[in-house]
Design a protein around this ligand. Structure first.
Ligand code: PLP
Length: 379
């Protein structure tokens, strides 16, 4: 397939090219697992856990089966369940809201900042106060989401969690590789969850995730929960858990990816800078969270309204430039969640869903392709 002027369409995510770039070290890592056959919790899982904990400067990392299961294990460890309110942004991926519901708890949706798209502390305080006034649910936890690669406002979130006595966790599925106040993300909350879904900045070749924490007791609980609630010996069952382990083959892939992760992050950053420079006079380019570094999971611009967004997307498609909408609906308007919402308007999340558009940003993009994206955007 080619565009009218004979150019190959650009990929939104280019896993074949990524594999070619990773080359022999990736194959070597996989072959090693095929040789030792320790497919469940093999040595690569431990090696990866150690490297991720060191990256974030925390004491413990527990490899799990996905970012969603990471969220679930952390909430199970806090005994979050029926009657509990879990505060989270309305503008995020579905998994953040799905997990409290799976555990019988209630997600309480919070609005986001119109410039950075991160959870809005003023809205968070209002939502907590309202749950307290209504008196039906017990405020239990805040899930700060590091959206699109950038950090949530962690200093304020810690203050609010402490003011109300709430458990604070970081859904960092999109943003491992980012930093805040000069410190790599992963140490901002009591527990931080990661996803290694292939499209995330540190993506594997299948599902995978991890939990980071500095708390040794919680880390032990997470290890128990990921293996059916087992105790020190295999057939001692201490609590209800799940089968939530990180696969050894995924850990092997991720170790190869981690070796080139810093270079990949630098390339994503350079592409974001080029987009900013080429587009800032025609669309609203993403606002940078002050004193932070983004992992650039997603580079999202804002159009005036949904009509302008549709027209832009059509023009990009015709030029062989892919784009995507994260997220077309705020979570409190999703069929699965709207009945759990108290009906309060969350105007920023609602407006972003109409206007946001993500452009391709991945290490395989060439400078020529970046120039093509900019030219197509400028029309
Ligand atoms: C991707 C993602 C998840 C879920 O991760 P999986 O590994 O796909 O289960 C959770 N939260 C956010 C914000 C995500 O982007």
């Amino acid at each position: 397939m080619t565009t009218p002027d004979g150019q190959k369409p650009i990929a939104f995510l280019d896993l074949p090219a990524q594999q070619r770039r990773l080359g022999a070290p990736l194959k070597q890592r996989i072959d090693t697992v095929l040789e030792h056959c320790r497919f469940v919790l093999g040595p690569e899982v431990t090696e990866l856990e150690e490297r991720l904990a060191a990256w974030s400067g925390v004491g413990h990392c527990v490899g799990v089966s996905s970012g969603t299961d990471a969220l679930q294990i952390v909430m199970m460890a806090e005994n979050i369940g029926p009657g509990d309110a879990v505060f989270l942004p309305a503008f995020t991926y579905t998994a953040t809201a799905e997990v409290p519901l799976v555990l019988g708890a209630t997600p309480v949706f919070v609005d986001v900042d119109p410039a950075t798209f991160q959870i809005d502390p003023a809205s968070l305080r209002e939502r907590i106060e309202k749950v307290r006034r209504d008196g039906k649910l017990k405020p239990r936890a805040i899930v700060g989401v590091d959206l699109f690669g950038q950090p949530a406002p962690w200093d304020v979130l810690r203050e609010i969690a402490s003011d109300y006595g709430l458990f604070l966790m970081d859904d960092c599925a999109q943003s491992f590789g980012g930093a805040y106040h000069g410190r790599n993300l992963g140490a901002e909350a009591v527990a931080t969850t990661l996803s290694f879904f292939p499209s995330k900045p540190l993506g594997g070749y299948g599902d995978g995730g991890a939990i980071l924490t500095d708390d040794a007791e919680r880390a032990e609980l997470y290890r128990s929960l990921r293996t059916h609630g087992e105790g020190k010996t295999r057939y001692q069952v201490l609590r209800t858990g799940m089968n939530g382990r990180l696969d050894t083959l995924q850990a092997a892939v991720l170790l190869a990816k981690l070796d080139v992760f810093r270079e990949e992050l630098a390339r994503r950053d350079a592409i974001a800078d080029a987009y900013d420079a080429g587009l800032k006079d025609v669309v609203a380019v993403p606002a940078r969270v002050p004193d932070s570094a983004s992992a650039w999971a997603i580079y999202a611009v804002l159009l005036k309204d949904s009509a302008e967004r549709s027209a832009t997307q059509e023009r990009l498609t015709a030029a062989g430039v892919p784009s995507a909408i994260y997220y077309p609906l705020p979570l409190h308007h999703q069929p699965a969640y709207r009945d759990h919402h108290d009906g309060v308007a969350l105007p920023v999340s609602e407006s972003l869903a109409q206007r946001i558009l993500a452009l391709p940003i991945h290490p395989e993009l060439t400078d020529a392709e970046v120039a093509r994206v900019i030219a197509a955007m400028r029309g």
